[in-house]
Design a protein around this ligand. Structure first.
Ligand code: F6P
Length: 550
């Protein structure tokens, strides 16, 4: 079904008009006219508390955004996703990451077949395998127990597992070392393995397609590294397992498919951390905690599917993102977890949000005339405060921020958690309310310096709070962002589940590799910049090979 272009919808026009009226209103004014705002513009679900009162919206904005969502068919799209409809139209696939965390009692049909039993069968196999490794029952080729687990993968087959491992490290089994190798840069593999004994090392090769250049290259390097240390081919069986949807390629690589954990084409790479791609997470934290994480995901899934839009966290976050991106023209979002264990969360979110919503055509193939996915980035607080926050506070770009914090620390060191959280709360306040020139002057600052010390304020932020960073809380947080991405993609009428934009670079690299490495000077037919870079690289490379470098 073809949709009218978003910007011609009356609901979009109404928002434009509304923006013309309230766009310049300051958060100071909004809070002054409604002293209850900080309690009213909040919502809570599955242990997550969202304060969006510091967004530049009022009740009318929220109503108009909800009306837009309804006009864009969001209620129907949510149901279609949960029902297993093939909403990833450019790949003709269902989008069912929610099935990965559905309880065994649920039924979800894809092409007439219930997928839930298969999900639980894989989970049970993962749990049994993890138990063997964690307990020491699974031993390597020489009989030594496994002390190191290296997960090899890239993109969605890496970022989720790394992020989850770091986030839940507090709950991890500490006598096993976990490392992650993703980059085709050999340094990644070499540094990850240089101090390890192959006889104690298990590789998990994670790739949905099992054809990804980086992952296959690293998996071959891992096999060579193992063989060099362990001598014989049959050693591989005890040191390699695979996670994939492609049994044929797994077997071709030389991993016994009995040691393969499967998933399905209806799980997108960046939505796969609750599938077998999470095997390293399960190995680290154990089956009970992994299931608690899945429960957290599921609690947010249920909330998203069934809660009225007024109180629906992913819907609210998604619609506020539309408001900022398309009406305030903000183009970027900073994600600022005040929790050191979430240090890889921004990197994980970058793929989730930007690979999903970095699109320029609608589902019907028409070029959009509005901005789609914003640029996500971030760092844990308080580190960011001493680098890029200057720009967020006083620069000319407005950067909406998501602050994320917890009531209880996982490591208490005197009063450090209170210091951390005081900073989180203060940053949102400073961004929203700023400091006027009069306030600065009243402090006795001299007139010449006063402009430098003023803060315009009116910079929007969300604050997300939960009691403690547990596996359950992590699940809720991730599902919140996953569904918020979907809400935004639905409004923009784009396919949030394909990633054609990664193809061209891959194709060109394939052709370029030969040009970089052939012995004889290749005939180059690129543009002058690309050809010159190839020539310069060949020269630098050959200088290195001739041993003339330092
Ligand atoms: O970067 C493109 C991409 O296809 C991602 O979407 C995906 O997560 C990643 O590559 C890895 O793919 P695979 O799991 O098939 O190795």
């Amino acid at each position: 079904m073809s949709h009218p272009q978003l910007t011609t919808r009356p609901q979009w026009q109404a928002l434009k008009q509304h923006f013309a009226q309230i766009g310049s209103q300051h958060l100071r004014e909004l809070f002054a006219t409604n002293p209850q705002r900080g309690e009213q513009l909040t919502a809570e679900a599955a242990g997550l508390y969202l304060d969006y009162s510091k967004q530049r919206v009022n009740a009318d904005t929220l109503r108009l955004l909800r009306e837009l969502a309804i006009a864009c068919g969001l209620p129907q799209r949510i149901q279609a996703m949960f029902r297993g409809d093939k909403i990833n139209t450019t790949e003709n696939r269902a989008v069912l990451h929610v099935a990965l965390r559905a309880p065994a009692s649920e039924k979800i049909l894809v092409d007439g077949r219930d997928v839930v039993p298969g999900v639980h069968a894989v989970l049970d196999r993962m749990a049994a395998f993890a138990e063997q490794v964690r307990s020491g029952a699974w031993v390597g080729h020489t009989g030594k127990r496994i002390r190191n687990v290296i997960s090899i993968g890239i993109g969605g087959s890496d970022l989720g597992p790394v992020m989850a491992y770091e986030a839940l490290r507090h709950y991890s089994q500490r006598d096993i070392t976990f490392r992650f190798v993703s980059n085709v840069d050999g340094t990644d593999f070499v540094e990850a393995t240089r101090d390890l004994d192959a006889a104690e090392t298990l590789f998990i090769v994670c790739s949905k397609t099992f054809t990804t250049l980086e992952t296959l290259t690293n998996a071959h390097a891992a096999r060579a590294w193992c063989l060099k240390a362990l001598g014989e081919d049959k050693a591989i069986a005890k040191h390699f397992v695979a996670v994939s949807t492609n049994a044929e390629e797994v077997a071709k690589f030389g991993i016994d498919t009995a040691h393969m954990f499967g998933f399905w084409d209806w799980v997108g790479g960046r939505y796969s951390m609750a599938s077998a791609i999470g095997l390293s997470t399960l190995l680290a934290i154990g089956a009970e905690s992994f299931r608690a994480m899945l429960d957290g995901f599921h609690a947010m899934d249920v909330h998203f599917r069934s809660t009225p839009f007024e109180r629906n966290l992913p819907v609210l976050m998604g619609l506020l993102a539309i408001w900022n991106n398309n009406f305030l023209d903000t183009a970027t979002v900073a994600v600022l977890p005040y929790e050191q264990y979430l240090k890889r969360f921004p990197a994980y979110l970058q793929q989730l949000t930007m690979e999903s919503n970095g699109k320029h055509v609608t589902l019907d193939g028409a070029v959009v005339d509005y901005a789609t996915g914003p640029i996500y980035w971030g760092e844990p607080g308080t580190n960011g405060q001493h680098s890029f926050y200057q720009l967020i506070h006083q620069g000319t770009h407005i950067v909406p921020c998501d602050f994320i914090g917890f009531g209880q620390p996982l490591n208490s060191l005197s009063d450090q958690h209170d210091l951390l959280m005081a900073n989180l709360i203060a940053q949102g306040e400073a961004l929203a309310f700023g400091k006027t020139v009069d306030e600065v002057r009243a402090e006795g600052t001299d007139a010449a310096l006063a402009p430098h010390r003023t803060f315009a304020g009116n910079r929007p932020s969300n604050t997300l709070l939960a009691e403690k960073l547990t596996p359950y809380a992590l699940g809720t947080l991730i599902a919140l962002y996953e569904h918020s991405v979907f809400v935004q993609g639905t409004i923009w009428n784009i396919d949030s589940f394909d990633q054609w934009g990664v193809e061209l670079g891959k194709q060109l690299a394939k052709a370029t590799i030969a040009e970089l490495t052939t012995k004889n000077e290749p005939k180059l037919a690129h543009d002058s910049s690309t050809s010159t870079l190839i020539r310069r690289y060949r020269q630098l490379r050959n200088d290195g090979n001739s041993g003339s470098g330092a």
